[in-house]
Design a protein around this ligand. Structure first.
Ligand SMILES: [Zn+2]
Length: 376
């Protein structure tokens, strides 16, 4: 989920909005304005719309607090957090690494629902202090707003505790199974399966509701179920990769026989004699036998063909000191993550300042496939 609008940073975490957020923000403001109209017919239009807008914004602020609590636990336990993005179905905190132990996973997962629950209770207590007497609806603007924020945050806490991975409850379930069995892989499989069953049940229930006349509400439940089903598959794949690569280091799989090209070759020669002849895509550029940089088809893309004979490989290569590199001891999952983040297909491996080899995404994926085949 990429944020298209950046709002700023809180505690070093980038907060952003996905375009789809505007749809849900509009829907919530509309439905709040309608609800306030039914409960408080005496309010003026201006007051009604103003309160609906402020309540909706505070609701999204409470979602940010929920995600921020996941982020704070992650950071405290050494997992870097990139961003928090609000989108049509709520918020998502992008944590760059998976938890390495059950305890971290447990606290990271449960922090969000606890935060939402506390916000909900605080809002309800304030609403009651300001004159809200359940089950009567409050008539004053402030307790009306606090009552709604209170209920919605408690609903949010409960929904998130549904034990389907990757919902918070699914993470908590995964942490508990992990802690009991000591087996992260089995815990992931179980939590993901439960997540899929729950998602499937939501879809079926939504369809039944729809045909019994629940209209949009039924479709809405279907849609959330469908989203959960996809999210559960994706997060399962993500976690499976991290676990499949656990314990493997870059040195174990890097290729040491990387192809080279001389720095003074012109690009015409490079393309004809190397690039289109070998099928390799990444070449190490050497000067007097020493590696100086790397060149891939990407470096040729901005250059006219007519210039190829007059341009040397050294002119367009990316010098080694400007390329992201990894060490032989870097965990393979970290290397894969770096390639993913920076959209690179390969990384040079440097050992004590010397080029030790190259590691490519295709190679890592091949390895994962082989391991999966042997396990099946
Ligand atoms: Zn959460």
């Amino acid at each position: 989920m990429k944020a298209q609008i950046k709002l700023g940073r809180i505690l070093g975490v980038q907060i952003g909005l996905h375009y789809s957020w505007f749809i849900i923000a509009l829907l919530i403001t509309l439905s709040l304005a309608n609800q306030f109209r039914l409960q408080n017919p005496a309010w003026t239009d201006g007051l009604r719309w103003g309160m609906a807008l402020i309540t909706a914004l505070l609701f999204f602020a409470s979602i940010v607090l929920h995600e921020l609590s996941h982020a704070i636990v992650a950071k405290a336990r050494g997992l870097p957090v990139r961003s928090i993005t609000l989108f049509a179905l709520g918020g998502v905190a992008e944590i760059e690494k998976e938890a390495v132990d059950a305890k971290t996973e447990f606290w990271m997962g449960i922090a969000g629902p606890i935060t939402s629950f506390v916000i909900g209770v605080v809002c309800l207590v304030l609403a009651i202090a300001l004159g809200f007497r359940p089950p009567e609806f409050p008539t004053e603007p402030l307790p009306s707003m606090l009552m709604w924020l209170g209920y919605i945050n408690i609903v949010l806490a409960i929904f998130n505790m549904i034990p389907g991975f990757p919902l918070d409850g699914g993470r908590v379930l995964r942490a508990i199974v992990w802690w009991i069995t000591g087996n992260a892989r089995r815990a992931t499989t179980i939590a993901a399966r439960v997540g899929q069953v729950i998602a499937f049940m939501m879809i079926v229930y939504g369809v039944l509701q729809f045909f019994q006349g629940a209209g949009l509400n039924g479709l809405w439940i279907c849609f959330i179920g469908w989203f959960l089903l996809n999210a559960s598959r994706e997060s399962y794949a993500q976690v499976a990769i991290t676990e499949g690569l656990r314990g493997i280091r870059v040195a174990d799989v890097m290729s040491r026989d990387y192809p080279t090209v001389d720095a003074y070759s012109n690009l015409q020669t490079f393309v004809e004699d190397h690039l289109v002849r070998t099928g390799r895509r990444c070449f190490v550029v050497t000067l007097n036998g020493r590696p100086e940089g790397i060149i891939t088809p990407h470096e040729l893309s901005g250059l006219q063909r007519a210039r190829w004979p007059y341009t040397t490989v050294a002119d367009v290569m990316r010098p080694l000191d400007q390329v992201t590199t990894v060490g032989p001891d870097t965990p393979l999952s970290d290397a894969l993550e770096m390639m993913g983040q920076q959209d690179l297909n390969q990384l040079p491996v440097l050992a004590n300042g010397n080029l030790a080899g190259l590691i490519s995404r295709a190679h890592v994926l091949q390895l994962l496939k082989t391991r999966a085949e042997l396990q099946a």
